[in-house]
Design a protein around this ligand. Sequence first.
Ligand SMILES: [Fe+2]
Ligand SMILES: [Fe+2]
Length: 418
Amino acid sequence: MALVYIDDLLEGMVLAEDLLTPSGRFVLAAGASIKADQLKLLKSWGVVEAHIEDAGLNQEGEQQASAGEEHASRVESFLSERFALNDLEQEPIATLFRHVTRRLSIKCQKGLDLKALPVSGGTDDVSDVPAPLTVNQLLKGAVELVSLPTVYSHIVELLSRSNTSSHHLARVIDKDANLSVRLLRLANSSFYGFSGKVDSVSRAISLLGNNELTHLVLGISVIRQFRNIPSEQIDMESFWRHSIRCGLFARILAEQLGEKDSEKYFTGGLLHDIGRLVMLDRMPLQYACAVNLARHDKLPMYRAEQDCLKTDHSIIGKLLAEKWRLSPTLIRMIGHHHSPRLAHFAKEACLVHIADVFAHACSEEILLIKEVPELYLQAWVETGLSPEMIAPAIQKVDNEFRQIVAIFFDEAGSGDKL
Ligand SMILES: [Fe+2]
Ligand SMILES: [Fe+2]
């Protein structure tokens, strides 16, 4: 019998044990032979792995069942370093580590080179570093950087009027071709899974609802506004890939908990590190010192920021979100993703905190420092998440990630740059 990962299951393999979904729903009985059309369904039901009879493994299956085993010890020592800020003995970190190890081992088998992972940020040249700016200086200094995207303000203003219809909203969004294209592509993506083609902005609005729409417009327009900040300290696309992954984890974990309005979690995850961009833009050299300190002393970035810069990106992000008059929920997600305790373990702060840890753990690029931030166990406990939810969440994020990145960053080639 072999435990086979979902991506490695093949038609004709025979189940050695009953197959259940993560929520315990019965799917297939022991002894059943897996059919081709069932493979996709198993994935969409969140099945992560299955016990397969040895006799059901053909040669290719045997190769895949042992997928990554030869890489596992190298991956484990690589990941042990990445998880240095976390206690590997503790659930849910132990489960996260196990799944991330298997996932990365498979990627290594397919050709990923751990020694060649891109590293973003930091510089050796940190001479003549000016004193860090104060919080006030940071937020006052770059008007175009810290002003709220106009189209978002316009929509919020329209929604505050009682007589606004979806046609009013559609007219505002239609004027912004770039925004409408992205909204339509999101509405037609598996992220939402609406049946039938969504071919107009007003149809998208009626399907999404005002809340979802407002959050998406905020996310899209903020990325557009911040995307082209020139920074020697960080690769902007890496920064946004991390943010998108965090948004997807936050949304999917919230859905697993049965949260309504899970869209706000996506936007909260998308914007959680926004304060870092203000710091990088306004004081790049001072920020490089913080990166060097974090690397040298093996500190989480926000601690190194506090030591070097007397503030950190969650505080700056919170002030920015307040300045933009975002909802209290979004403010808590941005302001307390590293300090959920200070938000009295509000569910939204805990979920974005956990999503940030998961996003770092699952990334194949290193953003500023290689260490995955520490997971606060109490934040995990307060949400009611269980370790069995981790593997399906990773799998769903992997399924969605490329498509969402393509929508935000135009990898699909609409020629319409953010
Ligand atoms: Fe952060
Ligand atoms: Fe983050």
